[in-house]
Design a protein around this ligand. Structure first.
Ligand code: ASP
Length: 328
C-alpha cells in the first residue's frame, strides 16, 4: 500500500458496479484528517451517501441524489462547506458550489456567496432556471432569493473553531510559513463532493466548498469552476475534486480526467493518473472521485487521508483513506 503522506505517491482504488445499477460516491475532503476528527468525517460521508442513495433507490435522478448528498455535508459543521467553512482573511464565510448534469451538460455554479446556507441549492437553481452557468456574489444571492432561497446572516455560518483556525493561520503567515497554509498535503482541505449514476443511466457531479483558510476575499477556487473541481458528461465521466485548488484550476483537472475516460481509460486507473499528473506538473495535492455512465469508478488521493463513501443497492463502504475497496 502506498503511503499518501509521501510526496508524489497516490492512494487509489476503484471498481465497477457490475449490476449496472445506481451508485453514488461522495468525498469529504483530502488532507491529514487528524485522529480526533476521523469519526466525524466517517459519519459525515456515510450520512451523505445514505441520503443520496435513498433518492436513487426510489428512482430519483443522479442530479437530485448528489444535491441531497452535498446538502447533508453542507449542514455538517465538520466540513469546509456551508456552515463551519474556513474564513476569509477578514473573517467571513464565502462559499462556492457547482453542479453539472451529464445527460444535458447543463451546469450551475455560484461563487463568493456569503448569505446562503446551502450554496448547492443555489447552484441547482442556476442549473435549472438560469440561462447562465455561473453567478457570483450579490448577483448570485439576489438570484437565489428570487428563486425561493432564504438568505442568512454571514455570522450564522461562522463557527468558533474556524475563528481559532484563522488566528493560527494568520500567526503562521506572520512567521513566514505561507507554504504550510496552502501547499502542504497536511493543510486542511475539507471540501465536499458527490458523483452518481441513476437507474436511467445518467451521471451527475456536485462540489461545494468554503475554499481555503485565510483566503483573499473574492478568491474562487477549483471547486465551483466547470471542468476544474466539477464536471459531468454521460459520454465521459462525472468528477469531483478536493485539495489545493490553484494547481487543479491550472490543469482543468476534472475535465482532464473525464477526457481520459472518454479516450477509453478505466476510471479506476484514470483517478490515480489524474492525481499523479497534478503532482508531477505542479506539485499539487488532493483527491478525486470519478464515475462513468457504465458504473465504473475510481477514487484517489495523494494526501495522508481522504474521507470517502460509496453506496449501491448491495454495498456500502466508507473510509478516511483509500486502502482497498472491495469490488462491487
Ligand atoms: N479545492 C478547494 C479550493 O481550493 C479546497 C478544498 O478542496 O478543500 O477552494
Amino acid at each position: 500500500m502506498i503511503n499518501g503522506s509521501e510526496p508524489g505517491r497516490v492512494e487509489s482504488s476503484g471498481g465497477e458496479c457490475l449490476s449496472k445499477q445506481a451508485i453514488i460516491l461522495v468525498h469529504g475532503g483530502a488532507w491529514a484528517i487528524p485522529d480526533d476528527m476521523v469519526e466525524a468525517h466517517r459519519s459525515g460521508v456515510r450520512n451523505a451517501s445514505d441520503a443520496g442513495w435513498r433518492v436513487l433507490e426510489r428512482g430519483g435522478s443522479a442530479l437530485d441524489a448528489i444535491e441531497t448528498a452535498v446538502l447533508v455535508m453542507e449542514d455538517d459543521d465538520t466540513f469546509d462547506a456551508g456552515r463551519g467553512s474556513f474564513l476569509t482573511r477578514d473573517g467571513r464565510v464565502q462559499l462556492d458550489a457547482m453542479m453539472m448534469d451529464g445527460r444535458t451538460l447543463r451546469a450551475g455554479g455560484v461563487g463568493c456567496v456569503e448569505h446562503i446556507r446551502n450554496p448547492i441549492r443555489a447552484a441547482r437553481k442556476v442549473l435549472d432556471e438560469s440561462p447562465h452557468v455561473y453567478l457570483v456574489a450579490q448577483g448570485a444571492e439576489a438570484f437565489a432569493q428570487e428563486h425561493g432561497i432564504d438568505l442568512c446572516a454571514n455570522e450564522e455560518l461562522v463557527v468558533p473553531r474556524e475563528i481559532e483556525h484563522l488566528k493560527e493561520a494568520q500567526a503562521k503567515e506572520l512567521a513566514g510559513k505561507t507554504h504550510e497554509l496552502f501547499a502542504s498535503p497536511a493543510t486542511s482541505h475539507d471540501t465536499v463532493g458527490a458523483v452518481a449514476l441513476d437507474s436511467l443511466g445518467n451521471i451527475a457531479a456536485a462540489t461545494s466548498t468554503g475554499g481555503t483558510l485565510n483566503k483573499t476575499p473574492g478568491r474562487v477556487g477549483d471547486s465551483s469552476l466547470i471542468g476544474c473541481g466539477c464536471f459531468a458528461d454521460n459520454e465521459s465521466a462525472a468528477c469531483s475534486t478536493t485539495g489545493w485548488g490553484e494547481p487543479m484550476m491550472k490543469l482543468v483537472l476534472a475535465k482532464w480526467a473525464a477526457d481520459q475516460v472518454m479516450a477509453g481509460g478505466d476510471p479506476a486507473r484514470v483517478a490515480p493518473d489524474a492525481i499523479h499528473y497534478l503532482h508531477r506538473r505542479l506539485h499539487g495535492h488532493g483527491g478525486i472521485i470519478l464515475l462513468d455512465a457504465q458504473g465504473r469508478f475510481g477514487l484517489a488521493h495523494n494526501t495522508p487521508r481522504m474521507a470517502w463513501a460509496v453506496r449501491t443497492a448491495e454495498r456500502q463502504d466508507r473510509g478516511i483513506k483509500i486502502e482497498s475497496i472491495p469490488a462491487l
